[in-house]
Design a binder for this molecule. Structure first.
Ligand code: AMP
Ligand code: MN
Ligand code: MN
Length: 337
């Protein structure tokens, strides 16, 4: 993979279309601990390419999470094979940095001669040879919808449903401010093409495993709020993960409950990982409190209102450092207003 300055410009849809039409074999990748936009984007583009008769592999470092197994065609998502395989083009989806694709996935895809990077993270490092990054898009799935419809690529049912779920999950069910009229137009078009709204939303949101609510109970026991009520956080220690038999996806979206507290401007979730690293998830309700910038101080990234970090432990040290940085920024903004 090369990372030279001439590749920092976005490719046009037509240029990406040429790459897709002029090659026969593709591997599609997305970030570690994949969410609905990551897996949804792999399925969306993957099934459009398969419908064109291309040879396609869909690989994720962490495999297919159980909560997304309802997506039609998701059985094609594989964990990385141990050995690299022959493939012409690798396409990274919804992934801000090259290492977030995962070591084993990168090794498996290492024979690809051309790398395409399609994403909506403002912190995207613009790695790869052909780049299509739109940080105004609420989800990578919406960029793929635009690409597929404007190039006249096929949209099989797997692609259609995957785009709907990718965008729904990345917008908090079409609620976050990144959601625009264009997003609703897209959703309407997907429904006209046959998305079953009731069924797909209940599969996405009404099928929590019981342990997810047990996790919620454990998190609520750790909930704390700053004296001014502007910053709230909760945390998950590794023994709770073991005790409850948690899967990584079980905590997905729970941070929205503390983000939703009146007066809270920044919500934070700290999670001790099995390898001793700390995963930090942040949400902001105020564009001046850009959590992507705070994440960047610790080597993380994301979007202004939703960002994450994977950092060194122990938990208490990481927590103190991140909360301190948030506090300084909250105080700055309070002084400005
Ligand atoms: P999460 O809190 O995991 O839902 O992530 C919020 C947003 O930040 C998502 O768009 C992630 O892709 C991004 N993100 C999370 N963790 C990281 C990280 N360690 N580095 C870069 N971006 C991240
Ligand atoms: Mn994602
Ligand atoms: Mn996304």
């Amino acid at each position: 993979m090369s990372d030279t300055p001439e590749h920092t410009q976005n490719a046009s849809f037509a240029q990406v279309g040429d790459v897709l039409r002029d090659h026969q074999s593709f591997v599609l990748l997305s970030h570690v601990r994949p969410d609905g936009d990551a897996i949804g984007s792999q399925l969306a583009l993957g099934y459009a390419l398969m419908a064109l008769g291309k040879s396609v592999r869909l690989i994720n470092e962490d495999g297919l999470p159980e909560n997304l197994a309802f997506l039609p065609g998701s059985e094609r998502i594989e964990s990385p094979p141990a050995e690299p395989f022959d493939v012409e083009v690798a396409i990274a989806l919804d992934t801000a940095t090259y290492p977030r694709l995962g070591e084993r996935a990168l090794h498996a895809a290492s024979k690809a001669g051309l790398w395409v990077n399609i994403d909506h993270h403002i912190s995207n490092t613009r790695y790869g040879d052909v780049i299509l990054i739109d940080s105004t898009s609420p989800a990578t799935g919406q960029i793929l919808y635009d690409l597929i419809t404007s190039l006249g690529l096929p949209m099989p049912a797997e692609t259609r449903d995957a785009i709907y779920v990718a965008v729904s999950t990345d917008t908090g069910s079409f609620q976050y401010p990144s959601t625009t009229a264009k997003t609703y137009d897209m959703a309407a078009d997907l429904i006209r093409r046959g998305v079953n709204v009731g069924a797909i939303n209940s599969a996405t949101y009404d099928e929590s495993p019981f342990r997810r609510l047990e996790l919620m109970r454990a998190l609520l026991n750790t909930l704390e709020r700053s004296p001014d009520g502007m910053v709230a956080h909760w945390l998950l220690r590794d023994h709770v993960r073991v005790d409850l038999g948690l899967m990584p996806e079980d905590s997905e979206g729970l941070i929205d409950f503390i983000r939703a507290i009146r007066g809270v401007r920044v919500a934070v979730f700290f999670e001790e990982l099995a390898d001793g690293k700390i995963r930090v998830s942040m949400r902001s309700k105020d564009r001046r409190l850009d959590v992507c910038k705070i994440a960047a101080e610790f080597g993380g990234g994301g979007h202004a209102l939703a960002a994450g970090i994977r950092m060194k432990g122990p938990l208490d040290v990481a927590k103190a450092a991140v909360l301190d940085s948030i506090r300084r920024r909250v105080d700055e903004v309070s002084r400005e207003s």
